[in-house]
Design a protein around this ligand. Sequence first.
Ligand code: HEM
Length: 484
Amino acid sequence: MAFFFVFLFTAVCILVSLAVLLYSSRQKRRSAVGQDQELMLPPGSMGWPYIGETLQLYSQNPSVFFASKQMRYGDIFKTHLLGCPCVMLASPEAARFVLVTQAQLFKPTYPPSKERMIGPSALFFHQGEYHLRLRRLVQGSLGPDALRALVPDIESAVASTLGAWDGHVASTFHAMKRLSFDVGITTIFGGLLDSRHKEDLRRNYSVVEKGYNCFPNRIPGTLFYRAVQARKRLREILGEIVADRRARGDQGSDILGGLMRTRDGTAAALTDDQIADNVIGVLFAAQDTTASVLTWILKYLRDYPKLLEAVKAEQMATYEANEGGKRPLTWAQTRGMTLTHAVIMESLRMASIISFTFREAVADVEYKGFLIPKGWKVMPLFRNIHHSPEYFQDPDKFDPSRFKVSPRPNTFLPFGSGVHACPGNELAKLEMLVLVHRLVTSYRWEVVGSSDDVEYSPFPVPRRGLRAKLWKEEGDGVVQRGAA
Ligand code: HEM
């Protein structure tokens, strides 16, 4: 009898909990499309109060976390991360809905400490006229004419990066970060930046980076505190550079010049804070992203020796056409590197270093009969789309030949999509083509230790940044190893 009462009590508890859950997930809301509808939140789990499922996300590979959720709940599901309720979207249509067709309903959003660290006036935190004006400016400075003119500078940055690495073991990621920083600096400041300012920027920027992902605090000596101080110093250095240009009466035709010249509808110029935020923003957007993908490219080329041979054959043809590298690489030559380009595209897909992006719903939005409540974070999951067998056959196989055919619309989004899509994508690809050209025509490299584990810094890179030894290859098959 006692057993019967315990059973009855448990059953009633379960039914009451289910009813509460059902009631709380069904909310009558006026959706952004204007109809009064009974809308349900997407399926999913919200985890513990406040911390939600943050611990699960950080205690396992984030890709596994999102992939297992998608398997369980489908292409749209809810969760709760870092104190915020979120809706995850893992289909190409949903990514297009959020980033392109209904972009006005979703604003860009970053944690406040990160926004302050980069600079609140950086274009990617904004929408509307201010965003559009700055975006046009950056995009214009990264158009085909500007890139064509940048090829010699990128070549010399690549030569100096590989030259510094030649003969010893180093973290590929760190070497590539140096390269992408140098290219970022050249793009922003043209050839006009003196070496003292460049080194000051490099030193302080690297302190900012180290504290960027730390818990915000005001305790002197912590990485976060030091990053805040270095950020102030960056602002001062950029103030000096801007003042120098004003004093010379030559603003320059680079990104900084564009930022100094631009005017809004009332003819107002950007303030020096706004200029500094946007310079730091572009550097931030350009550096680790490009460096992570380059690191993956080196790993994949090493993992697939036949592919490396084929890439080398493609690059040697250009190298020989340039009299053994005596004549500089041209923009037109980089446009003809079909196989290398496919390797870059496949590396972007496989590594999906930007696994997702964040937006915030500015109104209640209905999507496919589900409610996305105002204020919730919305995350299109690029990696899940790039690794779906529905869009990429055998998705975990590294196969550049799949890019002989263009991917279906909205299924390949390494550079995002819509109004905030990456304006630096052609520059990034150019940098990769030039690096691969120089690397495979003049060097060999050997990975040291295992390269199969992944670490997050914050983008995924092979463990310890892919430690590798690089040495110059001279003559026909005669390999000269540098001093270890
Ligand atoms: C492989 C390298 C790169 C990858 C994978 C990448 C990826 C992305 C993605 C996915 C976005 C959109 C983010 C979103 O919608 O929330 C973005 C935006 C942006 N990227 Fe890149 N990026 C790369 C390199 C660069 C470079 C080299 C530059 C500049 C020189 C750059 C500048 C920017 C800027 C300024 C934005 C913000 C655009 C806006 O809000 O309108 N990126 N990038």
